[in-house]
Structure formats: C-alpha cells, structure tokens
Ligand binder design. Structure first.
Ligand code: CA
Length: 249
C-alpha cells in the first residue's frame, strides 16, 4: 500500500529512503476546525476598511501569517504595503472578531492521530503561522501530551512564513531531524508547498473547501480525504515509509 506515492516522492526529492522520526503538524484546519471562523473574522475586518474580498480566498491564504495576508490585500486594494501600525491594529481587530465567534472544535481524528504518533515514539512539532493565542493556549487541554512546550513554532518565531520552507526547517532543527526523517501534516496548499520545499514527506488532508487536487499540485506526497481517514491509515503509511527504499538501478 502507498508504494506508488512513496516511490514518486523519493524520486522527486532524490532520496534513497525516508526514515520518519518526527511529525511536523499544522494547527488551523488540521488540528482545529477553525478555518470557516477565520474566514468569517477576516471578512468582517476587511469589509470595515473597504476591501472587497470573498470568503473562499481566505481558505487559499491559509498558512500565511496575518501580516502577509494584510499586505496582500492592501496591495490589491490600495497598491501599497500596510504600515506596521496598520498591520498591528487590523490583525488584532481580526483576532478579536475571531474570539467573538463560537469556540471552534478539535478536528475529528486529530487526537487519535497525535496519540498514535506519541505511542510509536515519533517526535511532534507544532508548526503554525498563527498568532491566535485563544487556540494555541487550548492545545494542552484538547491534546494533552501532544506537544512539548519547546516543540512549537508559531507566528512569533517565524520571519518568512509558509509557503517558504523556513517554518518547517526550524521545526526540523528543534526536533533534531533531517528532511528525510520528517513528515508534515497539512490541510492547505501554502502549507503543503512549504513542507515539500523543506524536503519533508508532506501529507495533505482535505478538511474544508480546498480540493485534494490543489494539495497534490502544491506538492503533497499523498492526500487523505479527512483527518479521521489519516488517523486510521497512518500506521500503515509509516510502516510503508520506513520499509521502502528506492531502487536506484
Ligand atoms: Ca492550516
């Protein structure tokens, strides 16, 4: 099972084998079903400052830092970057609107996926472009023991966010693993692009309106239709990964 996907990944990255020792895991849309609320909060904020936008586009920007999304919208609407002050004010307004919405639920299957990784001794690193403390602070309650305190990369740590490879490269450094020892779990095209650019076996999971094809196109080695499905098949996938080496002849 999964031989074709693994072979294709090994050939594309010119690896002989993958030896998974750490899982680098996204938060929004992966561990929490938070994307619809983020999109709603963004829409409320941008409509107040006269920027035309669609709900769908915020699903495509997912993974970017708040500052980068604000600059993208500013350039489109006003032909310039936002100032530091504007970014700070507008992102905190968006953050406030997000917290005013009903609380988001953990993604079904996410806790099982994290439990399995812990039990088989895989290191786990959280890798998010988010600075939304209302969610980050819930991690230990919703997913106890999943992430050691020093195994978290958030908006605070990252200068070049997704789709740049930097956040995942930082995570590999923290976990003391190489790209070929890493898997990435992501739900958004920009996050997948970042994980693949960092050289990790990047698993795409569709959990919202973004289609599987968009994740495959962004560089996902394999795409699962839900977090529940990934949680169920992860043991087989990890086994297949750790036993399959590329035949170089
Ligand atoms: Ca995400």
């Amino acid at each position: 099972m999964f031989d074709k996907e693994i072979d294709r990944f090994l050939a594309r990255h010119n690896y002989i084998a993958v030896e998974p020792r750490a899982a680098l895991i996204d938060m929004d849309g992966t561990l929490y079903d938070s994307m619809p609320r983020h999109a709603q909060a963004w829409m409320r904020m941008v409509s107040e400052i006269g920027i035309d936008a669609t709900v769908e586009e915020f699903f495509m920007y997912e993974g970017r830092t708040g500052a980068s999304t604000i600059n993208l919208l500013f350039n489109r609407a006003f032909g310039r970057d936002a100032t530091e002050t504007e970014i700070k004010e507008l992102y905190s307004r968006k953050t406030k609107y997000f917290t005013e919405l009903p609380p988001v639920s953990p993604m079904p299957g996410a806790a099982d996926m994290l439990d399995f990784l812990r039990k088989v001794g895989m290191k786990r690193v959280l890798v998010t472009g988010s600075g939304q403390s209302s969610l980050i602070n819930r991690l230990d309650t919703d997913f106890p023991l999943a992430f050691e305190p020093d195994m978290r990369i958030t908006a605070r740590d990252v200068v070049h966010g997704k789709p740049a490879p930097d956040p995942f490269l930082m995570a590999m450094k923290k976990a003391e693993v190489t790209p070929a020892q890493s898997i990435v779990i992501e739900n958004a095209p920009l996050g997948v692009e970042s994980g693949d650019a960092a050289g990790a076996f990047t698993i795409g999971v569709t959990t919202g309106p973004v289609p599987a094809a968009a994740l495959a196109e962004a560089g996902a080695a394999i795409v699962f239709p839900s977090m529940r499905d990934l949680a169920q098949k992860l043991p087989i996938l990890l086994y297949a990964l750790s036993t399959q080496a590329r035949n170089l002849n």
